[in-house]
Design a protein around this ligand. Structure first.
Ligand code: GSH
Length: 225
């Protein structure tokens, strides 16, 4: 019997870490259930209490895999993407070529551990259009580094996505695509076309519809909380 997957996500408009494994999960084609936890909820049950029901790490995203009567809990966006790549080799979530795979892993890891100023000054507000904040030099440097890295990958691998076919590297940068569009970052044509292809993915479209429903229901901007 196939494994049952449950993906525990944060508020879609804001939860950039949740978007990453969501698009990876969708790329596998496997069915899964979603549990969405409202972030920054201070009244009982608080966000933390809700997340702790699913993971001792107290953070989303979380993937729960139930098979043979046992549930395995995986937390942290990159660990979930890696687990999905392992379990669904046909989805080719990493490039076939070992050198391309090594570089794609470096891209994913650079995102996972880096770009703190970008994340701080350009919080994800999926689907919203907002004025560009007064960017610190460090943020500008991080944007320039991402544009350089994407351009190199698009030039070297010559596909629709960073490493030719869709990979975990694209999953890890999906929220950055959203941020660049939200805050009107100037994009070279090749990068702009890449962002458009990313936003056209059914997974990104579905995420956008769910995020819009949150906003329509009155979700404030993260920075205003
Ligand atoms: N390194 C973690 C970061 C996860 C993280 O910081 N998630 C945020 C939401 S995007 C969270 O759970 N925050 C808890 C809270 O807001 O109480 C990952 O890659 O999954």
């Amino acid at each position: 019997m196939a494994a049952q997957y449950t993906l525990v996500l944060g508020t879609r408009t804001w939860s950039s870490w949740s978007l990453r494994p969501y698009v990876a999960m969708r790329a596998t084609g496997a069915p899964f259930e979603e549990v969405v936890i409202r972030l920054r909820r201070h009244e009982a049950p608080s966000t933390r209490d809700e997340i702790l029901k699913h993971s001792p790490a107290g953070r989303v995203p979380v993937l729960k895999i139930t098979e043979h009567g046992r549930t395995t809990t995986v937390w942290d966006s990159l660990a979930i993407c890696e687990t999905l790549a392992d379990r669904h080799p046909d989805a080719k979530l990493w490039p076939d070529d070992a050198n391309a795979r090594a570089i794609a892993r470096s891209y994913a890891a650079e995102m996972h551990s880096g770009f703190p100023d970008l994340r701080d000054q350009m919080t994800m507000e999926f689907g919203r259009t907002l004025p560009t904040p007064d960017l610190r030099d460090a943020t500008k440097q991080q944007i320039a580094r991402i544009l350089e890295a994407w351009t190199q990958a698009l030039d070297n691998y010559r596909g629709d996505f960073l490493f030719g076919g869709f990979s975990v590297a694209d999953c890890m940068y999906a929220p950055v695509v959203s941020r660049f569009l939200t805050y009107g970052v100037a994009l070279p044509p090749k990068v702009k076309a890449y962002c458009e292809r990313m936003m056209a993915l059914p997974a990104m479209q579905d995420w956008g519809r769910a995020a819009k429903a949150e906003v329509d229901a009155g979700l404030p901007e993260y920075a205003s909380l």
